[in-house]
Design a protein. Structure first.
Lengths: 313, 314
C-alpha cells in the first residue's frame, strides 16, 4: 500500500460517514428495541403516556403469552389459596387466575416442524437439482432454470386459490405435510439457484479425480461434492428456514387450527380491551430472535441469498 | 502448493475422467432434476393452469355443489372496467413508486457512506440489515402499536421533535396519513436490501478508475456522476427489480398494519384480491383478477429486464 492513496477517504469524511450511519442504525433499531422492551413491561407501563423508556421490568407479558386467564368473582378471589408459583402470582396481581396454557407453544412448535421440514426437503431436492444443472448437459437447461425462477413472481394469493381447492380435495388443508410441501415448492427456486452457484465454484477436477479412483458418479457426488458444498448448503438452508419461518399469507389462508404457525397467531393475542401488547411483544421477541441470530451468522452470504445468487460480492 | 487430488486431476485427460461405471450421467441428471420439476409442476404450474380455467367460470369455492357455468371473458371484462379495481391499482402504484424512491435514495446514500470504510462499518451494516430478515406479519402488527395516536412511540417522537401534539393526528386513521404510514414501514424494512446491493456495486468499482480520473484532474463531483453512478446503476436496477416484484405482491405487512383501511385508502391489489377470493368467495372472478395481476407483474418485469440488460451491455 502506498502512503497516500487518492481513493482512500479522508479521516474527516470517515468520521462524518460513521456518525450518519450510526444515527441511521439507532433510528432503525428503535422499533426492534421497542418490541424487546415492551415484552418486559407490565400492562399499564406498556400503554402509559409519555411512553416509558425506563420502567420496572416485569414478566407479565411472557406469562400472559403462555397462559389463558380468567376473572373470578371478587369474593371467590379473596378466598383463593395463596399463589403456588411465581407465574401464578403475576397473574393474581392482574386480578385474574390461570385457566390453562395458551396455544402459543403449539403454534411455535408448528413453525419449527414446518420450517425445518420444508427446509430439509428444499435442500435435499435442491442440492440434487443444482448438482445436475451445474455438472451435466440438461436439455432446455436455461429454460428450466428460468421457469424455476419465474414461479417466484406469482402473488401468493393467486396461487393460494387453486391450492386451497386442491388441498381440500386431497385432505391436505391444515396439515403439516401440506404446508411443508407448499413451502418446499416456494423455496426450491431459491435453493436451486443459490446451490447451483455454490456448486459451480467447486472445481470439477475434484470429482474427476474421484471418478478415476474408482468412485461412481453418485459416490463422487456424496463424498467429494457434498462436503465441499457444506457451507453453501448451510447458508442456503438458513435462507429457506427464514422464509418458511416468516411466511404469513399461505399460513393464514390454508391453516386454521392444527398446522397454524406463529405469524398468524401472534397478531391475535388479545387481552382486556384490545391486543395485549406486552404479550404480543414477548411472542414477537421469542419469534424474531432466532432470525436475528441467523442473520448475524449469515452476514457473509446475505447478499447472495437475497438476490438469488445474482450478486456474489 | 496443490493437494494430491487436484494434482492427480489436472494430470488426467478429461475424456478418461468421464468414462465411469454405474448410471450414465444422463440418467443421473434426470434422476436429480425430476423431483424438483415434479414438485413445481404439482404445486405451481398445475394450480396456475387451474386458476386460468376457473377464471372463465362463475365458480364459488364456498358453494361447491352449485352448478359451474362458463362465462367466457366476462370476469376479465368486469375487472378491467371496474373503477374500484383501477383505484386499487393506483394505490398499489403509489405504494410501489414511493417505496422504491425512498429505498433507492436512502439505500444508495447509506451504501455510499458505509463505503468510506470507517471503523466499525461491518458491525453497523449487520445491525442495519436486521429489519428486512424479520417476519413482515409480526413486525407489521407491532407497528400498529408504534403508530397508536395516544401511546405510540411514533406520535410521541413527532411531538418531541416538532411540537405537534401527539394525540392530534393518527397515522393509521382518517386524515390521509395511512398510505404514507405503510410506505414508512416498508422503507424501514427494505432499505437495507437496496443498501446491500448498492454496497456490492460500489465495492466492485476498481480503485484504478478513480486514480486515473484523479490524474485527469476530474473533480470529485464529476467522478461521482461519471464513474460511481453509472457503475452502480446495474446493481441499483437489480435491487429495484427485486423490490418492485415483491412490493407489487405486497400483502402480509400491510394487511396487518391497516387491513386496507381506513376506507380503501391502503387497499393494495393483493389485499383486495384476498377479500374477493376468501371473504366474498367469488372464486372465478378472483381467479381472473389473479391472472391479470400475474400478467402485469410478469410483463413489467420482462420489459424492465430488457432495459437492465441494455444498461449492463454499455
Amino acid at each position: 500500500m502506498s502512503a497516500y492513496s487518492v481513493t482512500e477517504p479522508t479521516g474527516r469524511s470517515k468520521l462524518v460517514a460513521g456518525l450518519l450511519v450510526t444515527l441511521y442504525a439507532v433510528i432503525t433499531l428503535m422499533p426492534l428495541l421497542w418490541i424487546i422492551s415492551t415484552g418486559f413491561k407490565s400492562g399499564p407501563d406498556s400503554i402509559s403516556y409519555p411512553p416509558k423508556i425506563v420502567f420496572e421490568p416485569s414478566l407479565e407479558g411472557y406469562v400472559n403469552l403462555f397462559t389463558t386467564r380468567t376473572r373470578v368473582a371478587a369474593e371467590e378471589f379473596q378466598n383463593l389459596p395463596p399463589p403456588d408459583t411465581w407465574y401464578d402470582e403475576i397473574v393474581r396481581d392482574q386480578g385474574m387466575v390461570i385457566a390453562g396454557p395458551s396455544r402459543f407453544g403449539e403454534r411455535f412448535l408448528n413453525s419449527v416442524i414446518i420450517g425445518f421440514g420444508s427446509t430439509f426437503l428444499s435442500i435435499f431436492l435442491g442440492t440434487l437439482a443444482a448438482y445436475a444443472f451445474s455438472r451435466f448437459k440438461v436439455p432446455l437447461k436455461d429454460d428450466l432454470l428460468f421457469f424455476i425462477l419465474s414461479t417466484r413472481m406469482m402473488p401468493p394469493i393467486a396461487v393460494a386459490i387453486p391450492i386451497f381447492l386442491m388441498y381440500r380435495e386431497l385432505g391436505l388443508s391444515d396439515t403439516h405435510l401440506g404446508m411443508i410441501l407448499l413451502y418446499t415448492a416456494v423455496n426450491i427456486s431459491l435453493a436451486v439457484w443459490l446451490l447451483k452457484g455454490f456448486i459451480d465454484e467447486i472445481p470439477r477436477e475434484y470429482e474427476e479425480a474421484a471418478l478415476i479412483d474408482g468412485y461412481t458418479r453418485f459416490q463422487a457426488f456424496r463424498k467429494v461434492v457434498l462436503p465441499q458444498a457444506a457451507t453453501g448448503i448451510a447458508s442456503t438452508a438458513i435462507f429457506c428456514l427464514i422464509f418458511a419461518w416468516n411466511e404469513y399469507a399461505f399460513a393464514v389462508l390454508l391453516t386454521s387450527g392444527t398446522a397454524q404457525t406463529a405469524p398468524p397467531f401472534i397478531p391475535t393475542i388479545i387481552g382486556v380491551g384490545g391486543q395485549d401488547w406486552p404479550a404480543v411483544a414477548a411472542g414477537a421477541t421469542i419469534f424474531l430472535l432466532p432470525v436475528m441470530i441467523f442473520t448475524i451468522l449469515l452476514r457473509k452470504h446475505l447478499l447472495r441469498g437475497i438476490t438469488f445468487g445474482a450478486v456474489r460480492k | 502448493m496443490t493437494d494430491p487430488i487436484t494434482a492427480a486431476a489436472r494430470a488426467t485427460p478429461a475424456p478418461v475422467a468421464r468414462r465411469i461405471r454405474g448410471l450414465s450421467d444422463r440418467a443421473i441428471a434426470w434422476l436429480f432434476v425430476a423431483p424438483t420439476i415434479f414438485l413445481l409442476l404439482a404445486i405451481n404450474i398445475f394450480p396456475l393452469i387451474w386458476t386460468i380455467r376457473l377464471s372463465f367460470t362463475n365458480y364459488a369455492a364456498n358453494r361447491p355443489n352449485r352448478e359451474v357455468e362458463w362465462v367466457g371473458l366476462r370476469n376479465y371484462e368486469r375487472i378491467l372496467t371496474d373503477d374500484g379495481i383501477w383505484a386499487n391499482m393506483q394505490t398499489t402504484a403509489h405504494f410501489l413508486l414511493w417505496t422504491l424512491f425512498f429505498q433507492v435514495v436512502i439505500g444508495f446514500t447509506l451504501a455510499w457512506l458505509i463505503n468510506r470504510k470507517f471503523k466499525g462499518n461491518d458491525l453497523l451494516t449487520t445491525l442495519i440489515v436486521l429489519p428486512m430478515m424479520l417476519s413482515p406479519a409480526v413486525v407489521g402488527n407491532f407497528w400498529t402499536f408504534l403508530y397508536q395516536p395516544q401511546i405510540g412511540l411514533v406520535n410521541y417522537v413527532v411531538e418531541l421533535v416538532s411540537g405537534i401534539p401527539a394525540s392530534s393526528f393518527s397515522m393509521l386513521g382518517p386524515g390521509g396519513y395511512a398510505p404514507w404510514s405503510i410506505i414508512i414501514v416498508d422503507t424501514w424494512m427494505w432499505t437495507p436490501f437496496v443498501m446491500l446491493i448498492c454496497l456490492a456495486g460500489l465495492r466492485s468499482i476498481p480503485d484504478y478508475i478513480y486514480e486515473a480520473a484523479e490524474i485527469d484532474r476530474a473533480s470529485k463531483w464529476r467522478q461521482f456522476w461519471t464513474i460511481t453512478v453509472p457503475m452502480v446503476l446495474p446493481f441499483l436496477m437489480l435491487a429495484v427489480l427485486f423490490r418492485g416484484i415483491e412490493n407489487f405482491k405486497m400483502f402480509d405487512m400491510v394487511v396487518l398494519l391497516t387491513g386496507g383501511g381506513p376506507g380503501n385508502e391502503t387497499l393494495l391489489a393483493s389485499i383486495d384480491l384476498k377479500r374477493e377470493a376468501f371473504e366474498k368467495w367469488r372464486t372465478g372472478y378472483s381467479s381472473a383478477y389473479a391472472i391479470i395481476l400475474f400478467v402485469t407483474v410478469f410483463g413489467l418485469a420482462s420489459i424492465y429486464v430488457k432495459a437492465l440488460n441494455k444498461v449492463k451491455e454499455r
